[in-house]
Design a binder for this molecule. Structure first.
Ligand code: SAM
Ligand code: SF4
Ligand code: SF4
Length: 338
């Protein structure tokens, strides 16, 4: 641990609904080399793409992260867009690992560039990795990546992550009605056999560009029932407050998780802040706007007081009030990260 990034670890600041600030997601890249129709359909990025100069640099990200840790954050996840498109990402990881009080540093990636980067990410100090895989059939995988992805490349990336020492690896799968339900059992079997943890994510109405319809959501209960037709699953207790996945142990070994944001929202425990690539704090995945932290970068005191004030005023609980919520323009998922 390097002294210059040491910070005083305080009790977490709590929001207006009593929820502590514990988790920070940092988007390091708003662009992506995939065009998953549920996230960034072809054509949607044009209006959102930023120039490199609008992205926070690594020193600024580390400064903001340190300020968040001082207010209670214990876990940071790097995301995007596709985070592995950000050049020299291990340098940022090395900076973040120096923050006193940070307990867990993770990354979510589509895996396409992981084969070449897994070892350097690990060496820099990354603790955990999550890779998104929606299908195990080449053609379907490609379709779900907007015609851009290669399943074999992603599986090579996962193998490289295994060799680099990431274990277990989490695998995210978004299930869409009429698209990839056929993949539920094959994905589960494949990753269980490799000792990894699959998490099924309900298709969410994040952003505005994916044309979300409730009819396209496959509720977690239905996915669970499919798995239970072949396996004995037992609910597991949460390992930490604010854990988003409902976890199940599998008889004979293994674990599977469900992220039930649509069918069973978990806003009551949501301890998560999001930092966009251009330095805005979003207090909810479904927020219409963020709060710009960049003006406070030169004053650590002002940065800290802004974070505290913004979190104390937080009342977001979109998923619980989805049908009554009056959110006209929501930020896109790829802009603030899942
Ligand atoms: N590009 C990386 C990836 O795909 O893993 C990181 C960013 S991506 C926005 C993070 C996660 O959000 C991925 O697992 C992705 O499948 C998920 N995601 C994107 N859009 C979603 C949606 N509309 N509903 C549910 N999950 C979504
Ligand atoms: Fe890119 Fe990830 Fe969104 Fe797919 S889910 S378009 S890989 S950011
Ligand atoms: Fe948290 Fe907003 Fe999702 Fe609710 S809807 S769990 S407040 S990010």
């Amino acid at each position: 641990m390097k002294p210059h990034l040491q910070t005083v670890v305080a009790a977490p600041v709590t929001d207006a609904l009593g929820r502590p600030l514990r988790d920070l997601r940092i988007s390091v890249m708003e662009t992506c080399n995939y065009r998953c129709p549920y996230c960034m359909p072809e054509g949607s990025l044009d209006e959102a793409a930023l120039g490199a100069r609008q992205r926070l640099d690594f020193a600024d990200i580390a400064q903001i992260a340190k300020a968040f840790v001082a207010q209670g954050v214990r876990k940071i996840r790097l995301t995007g867009g596709e985070p592995l498109l950000r050049r020299n990402l291990p340098e940022l990881i090395a900076l973040l690992t120096q923050i006193d009080g940070l307990e867990d540093l993770a990354l979510t990636t589509n895996g396409s560039l992981l084969a070449a980067q897994a070892a350097s990410l690990r060496q820099a100090g990354l603790d955990r990795i999550t890779v998104s895989v929606d299908a195990l059939e080449d053609a379907l995988f490609r379709r779900m990546s907007g015609g851009r992805g290669s399943l074999s490349q992603v599986l090579e990336g996962i193998s490289a992550a295994e060799r680099a020492g990431f274990s277990p690896i989490k695998i995210n799968c978004v299930v869409q009605r009429g698209v990839n339900e056929s993949q539920i059992l094959p994905l589960f079997e494949f990753f269980r056999n490799r000792g990894h943890i699959l998490r099924f994510i309900e298709y969410m109405d994040v952003g505005s560009c994916n044309g979300w319809r409730s009819a396209d959501v496959v509720p977690a209960a239905e996915i669970l029932a499919r798995l239970q037709s072949a396996y004995e699953l037992t609910p597991l207790a949460p390992t930490a407050a604010g854990e988003v996945a409902a976890r199940y142990g599998v008889a004979g070994g293994g674990e599977v998780g469900f992220i039930t944001s649509v069918s069973s929202p978990f806003c009551g425990d949501c301890n998560r802040a999001r930092l966009s690539v251009d330095g805005k704090l979003f207090t909810c995945l479904f927020a219409g706007a963020g709060f710009d932290l960049k003006p406070h970068l030169r004053s650590p005191e002002k940065l800290a007081s802004e974070i505290v004030a913004l979190w104390r005023h937080r009342t977001d609980r979109y998923s619980e009030i989805r049908h009554a919520a009056d959110v006209r323009k929501k930020i896109e998922m790829y802009f603030i990260g899942g």
